[in-house]
Design a protein. Structure first.
Length: 301
């Protein structure tokens, strides 16, 4: 005998008792009469006791059947209540959403949005994981992730939200001392800073409106695995960096940095919202996905 109780047969038994017959239980449950009869026979064999005295017109509970009926009814009621609670939870936003995002982008662009979301959905909480290293969304149990850059082929559901322009920047003091390179090829002779998680780690790519492309391997005085970590060295005038626009925005606005090679574009990345495959999604996940998509999407160009 299996160590686990036959809960399906127990639930069917409870429905037959409640409906006062197999035909009525078949109508209530949508199960065929033969399926119900087989479940009852299976339960009787398992328990070693007859549960009904059967006649041509009706079923009458035996003593063993009466003893079991109350227990089966409670089990069925508890299972139906648990199922109803889970369905309600899936239908209304409630529970925790695990979200992963790149460190600097998460701090600067995502975190400021979350108070408005939490105020709008008081029954939803967010577990925000910030790291520039790629996470295993499915393996690590995340509901969704924001990711910047080219996406490898995968089974993940990807939603492109916005372009993420890359800018080449330097401090005025560096440019005064070393000069302003007129062409990307001259970056090879300058002090530069590298980002460890670039898909092409030590190679910078540029293109202009005329369709020309240039690939440069600059010497990296400092390599970091987080964009914010390079800002102090760039602002201090120690070299040139390629940074996403959101990271360089404030320093460009207040004059601590200047954009160089403006006619040459670094290859533009994109911001994606990634989720594991499968539908439907719990309401808590869907409302956060829609919220982030609305707030983070930007017009092209």
């Amino acid at each position: 005998m299996s160590k686990l109780p036959d809960l399906e047969a127990m639930a069917i038994f409870a429905k037959v008792v409640e409906a006062r017959g197999i035909s009525a239980a078949s109508t209530d449950t949508g199960l065929s009469a033969p399926t119900i009869s087989k479940a009852l026979a299976r339960l009787e064999q398992r328990l070693g006791a007859r549960l009904f005295n059967r006649s041509s017109r009706r079923l009458v509970l035996t003593e063993a059947g009466r003893d079991l009926a109350d227990h089966a009814a409670r089990l069925l009621a508890e299972a139906e209540a648990a199922e109803a609670a889970l369905v309600a939870q899936s239908a209304s936003p409630r529970g925790t959403v695990r979200l992963a995002a790149p460190m600097s982008f998460g701090v600067r662009e995502v975190a400021p949005l979350l108070p408005a979301f939490l105020a709008a959905y008081p029954d939803v909480s967010i577990d925000l994981h910030l790291a520039d290293a790629l996470v295993d969304i499915v393996g690590d149990g995340f509901d969704m992730a924001l990711r910047i850059g080219a996406l490898p082929d995968s089974s993940l559901v990807a939603r492109r939200l916005a372009p993420v322009p890359g800018l080449t920047v330097a401090a005025p003091s560096y440019l005064a001392r070393r000069g302003r390179p007129p062409h990307p090829a001259e970056l090879a002779g300058h002090d530069c800073f590298a980002y460890a998680y670039l898909r092409t780690r030590d190679v910078w790519h540029f293109a202009n409106d005329a369709g020309e492309t240039v690939t440069v391997r600059p010497s990296a005085r400092l390599r970091v695995n987080n964009g914010d970590a390079v800002l102090p060295a760039v602002v201090a005038g120690l070299g040139i960096a390629g940074l996403p626009e959101f990271l360089a925005r404030e320093a460009l606005a207040d004059g601590r940095l200047e954009r160089i090679l403006p006619e040459w574009q670094s290859l533009v990345s994109s911001l994606y919202l990634l989720m594991p495959p499968g539908r439907p999604r719990p309401a808590r996940v869907q409302v956060l996905a829609d919220f982030l998509a609305e707030r983070l999407s930007r017009r092209e160009g």
